[in-house]
Design a protein around this ligand. Structure first.
Ligand SMILES: [Zn+2]
Length: 233
């Protein structure tokens, strides 16, 4: 019989773990995010430093909610992956946070949702807070609510967000979806990341996607956002 406190050999690998333990596991060089999709239920409170530690991992990570618990899921360098259960929680659970790790210098300045994050946000329920965590801080965002080109309110239930993104890219000389149809437009994947990041940021601002944001030094602002992360809203 298992005595209280005697967790030694009987430990259930599926049991929820403090996020620090999960991060330590993911930091092992033996963990290959491109080969393994890893998920684990988080035990206990998540602190701002935990989020900052997640940003040190060389791949994106998502936090979503299932049965009123936070689930940590691993993505790749480029995105959060396409696990169907994760995609469903990104759209319908009580939380969808994902990280934009700086990956050394490679993705420095990824301080806003990407164009595809903007599209994902459009399909998310209003009860799912969308948060992106990055090197500078955290942002709570929603899908576009304003059309920066026509300067009119934007309603994603009536209008196509992909179209909005495409037109914004076009106005900035970018072929966002890499269609390759217009020789005047540049495929953003061929540009240095640091050139594209400010355009992405500007879209977030001009399409009125930002609900709340805080830099890491803003303790009060970060504490507000951590309430969403810890399902205290
Ligand atoms: Zn993203």
């Amino acid at each position: 019989m298992l005595e209280p406190g005697d967790h030694g050999k009987q430990e259930n690998p599926q049991a929820p773990k403090p996020i620090g333990e999960i991060i330590a596991f993911l930091r092992r060089p033996a963990f290959h995010p491109e080969k393994t999709f890893y998920e684990h239920e988080v035990l206990g409170e998540i602190k701002p430093d935990d989020i900052r530690n997640l940003l040190l991992l060389p791949f994106e990570v998502a936090l979503t909610e299932k049965n009123n618990r936070v689930i940590l899921s691993t993505g790749t360098q480029d995105d959060i992956g396409d696990d169907p259960d994760l995609l469903s929680r990104m759209r319908h659970s009580r939380l969808y946070l994902h990280t934009h790790p700086p990956l050394g210098e490679k993705r420095r300045g990824a301080n806003a949702p990407s164009f595809s994050d903007a599209i994902v946000a459009t399909y998310s329920g209003t009860t799912t807070p969308q948060i992106v965590a990055h090197e500078e801080g955290m942002m709570l965002y929603q899908g576009p609510s304003f059309d920066p080109i026509t300067k009119q309110p934007f309603d994603s239930s009536l209008q196509d967000t992909r179209d909005l993104v495409f037109k914004f890219g076009e106005a900035n000389g970018l072929d966002i979806f890499e269609y390759g149809l217009d020789p005047k437009l540049v495929n953003p994947m061929t540009l240095p990341f640091q050139e594209v990041a400010p355009i992405t940021r500007r879209f977030t601002e001009e399409a009125k996607m930002i609900r709340k944001e805080a830099s890491w030094g803003d303790e009060e602002g970060i504490a507000e956002l951590m309430k969403f992360v810890n399902l205290k809203t």
